[in-house]
Design a protein around this ligand. Structure first.
Ligand SMILES: [Fe+2]
Length: 250
């Protein structure tokens, strides 16, 4: 079984379309999404509609913010949440269409677990909001220890920081480049960040996701038209810096 695990699309439709095309080419059996389909970007409706077809859709902090309250968001991010909410309630669109979008949001669970894998948006112990940063390996080794103790599967997959790589309990973080793009499963437990489809922050503007099979995790990067996404941002009142950061991948 080949499984694509994607996260943090952030309403960037050209990026999502490029990733789905790549997934299609690579012959994948199912798609699991770790949340933050919406928030920041210009096309939340279109992205949610596409995600409805996935096998699993987890709740991200941006979905939580739209459904409930934007906790811990800065003023700009809060403004983006409000704009996103308005788009999903757009009275120019058929009422049933809006209801279908809210139904997708309502159906999102916080975690997903099967056999050897555990999935969450943030971390295994605080699945929606907590960040696991690379810096935590050095600054807070106890946190890493606690996170590994908080789930029982061999491998956890998370998103949220938009930086792909593998955390092991030692504690250690390795980037996909350091791993040659592949991480073999079965040797030791790991928390794997799949990176972000729609707003990468590791200095590489290409979309990031992973493909999991029985023996390994492959880190994938996909080119998409950042210029097209920037153009679509300009049709909205969303802050310009949210578009420009995509060019740099920061
Ligand atoms: Fe995110």
């Amino acid at each position: 079984m080949r499984t694509a695990i994607i996260s943090d699309i952030h309403a960037n439709l050209p990026a999502l379309e490029a990733v789905l095309e790549d997934i299609e080419k690579r012959g994948v059996d199912r798609i699991l999404c770790l949340g933050d389909v919406i928030g920041y970007g210009p096309e939340p409706r279109e992205c949610l509609e596409k995600c409805a077809a996935f096998d699993v859709n987890l709740l991200g902090n941006h979905e939580e913010a739209v459904l409930f309250d934007p906790v811990g968001f800065n003023p700009r991010a809060k403004a983006a949440v409000e704009w996103t909410k308005q788009q999903l309630m757009n009275t120019d669109c058929p009422r049933e269409e809006n209801a279908a979008l809210w139904k997708i949001l309502d159906s999102m669970e916080k975690t997903y677990e099967e056999q050897d894998i555990f999935l969450a948006h943030g971390t295994p112990r605080d699945p929606v909001r907590e960040y696991l940063f690379v810096q935590d390996c050095e600054d807070d080794p106890t946190k890493i220890e606690e996170l590994f103790a908080s789930f029982s599967a061999a491998t956890a997959f998370v998103g949220h920081t938009h930086i792909a790589g593998v955390f092991t309990a030692s504690p250690r973080f390795q980037t996909p480049a350091e791993l040659g793009g592949r991480y073999p499963l079965g040797k030791e437990r790991a928390i794997i960040n799949v990176g972000s489809v729609g707003q990468p922050r590791d200095g590489d503007p290409r979309s990031s996701y992973v493909i999991l099979d029985d023996s390994e995790v492959e880190f994938c990067r996909v080119d998409y038209s950042v210029e097209e996404t920037v153009r679509r941002f300009r049709r909205t009142p969303l802050p310009e810096n949210l578009a420009l950061r995509l060019v740099e991948g920061r």
